[in-house]
Ligand binder design. Sequence first.
Ligand code: FAD
Ligand code: DLZ
Ligand code: SF4
Length: 507
Amino acid sequence: MRLVLVLGDQLTPTLSALRAADRGRDVVVMAEVAEEAGYVNHHRKKIAFLFAAMRKFAARLEAEGWRVAYGRLDDPATAGSICGELLRRTEELGAEGVVATECGEWRLRQALEACPLTIEVLEDDRFICPCADFAQWAAGRKALRMEFFYREMRKRTGILMDGEKPAGGRWNFDAENRKPARADLFMPEPMRHAPDDVTEAVLAMVEARFPGGFGRLRPFWFATDAAGAQQAAARFMAEALPHFGDYQDAMLAGEAFLYHSVLSVYLNAGLLDPLDLCRQAEAEYRAGRAPIGAVEGYVRQILGWREFVRGIYDREGPDYTTRNALAAARDLPGFYWTGETDMACVAGAVGATIDEAYSHHIQRLMVTGTFAMLAGVDPHQVHEWYLAVYADAYEWVEAPNTLGMSQFADGGIVASKPYAASGAYIDRMSDYCRGCRYDVKDREGEAACPFNALYWDFLARHRERFEGHPRMAQMYRTWDRMRPERRAATQARAGRLLARIEAGERL
Ligand code: FAD
Ligand code: DLZ
Ligand code: SF4
């Protein structure tokens, strides 16, 4: 008899470990453990979502004939860690070994390697591109560009392909996407699920165990099983997908979700399947219900970005999260945890994060991400923040996005250039600046938008590294054309802002 390990983000009935096991003989081990709940200051909604989904998945497996040894967080006998739980169950049940699907995070992969048990580790084939295939694609390339990887994935899967050609005649419809949002648009809403008894019990436990934990626990409306997640996906496909491309990069004050799917939380826990979502989106295009630009944009995020960052995480190894190419060392400002700042865009993004354990990609990238990079915040602290605060956060997807795409801490593996931008970008893509105490048009005064001075100061600080970059040279020419006294005033303003950040003052 063997134990079959099923982790909180492996809630998929066709998981490789379950396929390899014998349901008449083997015992599934699932465990809510303090070590996983505490390796960062997870949002309470994230913990509640996972525990409720784990309990329901265990019940489903039992209904399908599996024996499940499930350890609850408040079980007095719990060993407190995944390895500890496997050891406890081995002894209790007299098991002869463990079969597991490879864990997403290096941290846990290493902990299981060090666990004194015989563990057979199988590939996680819920991903569309096996790590070995990614490594083969990447080998020998000077630079890894998502776009080329993505085209290979389109050809390999046949998604949005008309024979050898991309559907709609082009691989990429980005140029037609990226409209700023308008407040008078119809706003689709993600599907909200009322908590049932299982979820209520988990919410009560999380309330009791993590009274000072990060984030608002209620109202809680995530789906916690595959059927609910599938309903949410169907709602997205019908109501939001047709405009997904148009407003992919838009932001609106008070609108946390816009036309985004809000499905990553389910996808990353295994309640939805990535290829299936791509096929559902393609079906909307083929049926004429959603335009190619929207569907291609959506598919690119999953078939392209999601698979690409996972391949990078695996290839770069466990030290990836320690990278700090720009030698940034400031502490993460306290307002990342409280939202207490006069910068309306940051307050909006952090506020959504506190309330929903969610913010959409452009808020993550161009608001909280860009601000941290411009302010020279230690990327490891930024990484730990992103890993904690989002319900969809697991290191394999979060770290390349944070350290690579948003902080340029990996020196340019994920992003070819830093996502640095002044307040003008946020002003163009959102309505935040209208309601902000700061003046987005000003760079130097005490009421000037902090992004502006910090942006130019960032470019000046890292001139040696970036001025030769073809897509950044223009910015350096603009900076050089400014009058010396304007440049000095801008850098003085940046210096005052950075000093206030270091002193922990409100911005
Ligand atoms: P949609 O906008 O509807 O996109 C569709 C799907 O595409 C998503 O559900 C997601 O699965 C996938 N996707 C989109 N962009 C990316 C991307 N850049 N990388 C990988 N998959 C992508 N995503 C996570 O799943 N977990 C994270 O911890 C995470 N951390 C991030 C940190 C930073 C600093 C940044 C800039 C991005 C991060 N992302 C992360 C990527 C992206 O922001 C989220 O996937 C997206 O916001 C999830 O919301 P959604 O489901 O509404 O996405
Ligand atoms: C994120 C998380 C949390 C909060 N708690 C648990 C848990 O108690 N038990 C469990 O099996 N998994 C949990 N997870 C998900 C794991 O952290 C995730 O499986 C690893 O990070 C590997 O990707
Ligand atoms: Fe953000 Fe600056 Fe606009 Fe205020 S003025 S919302 S700080 S970009």
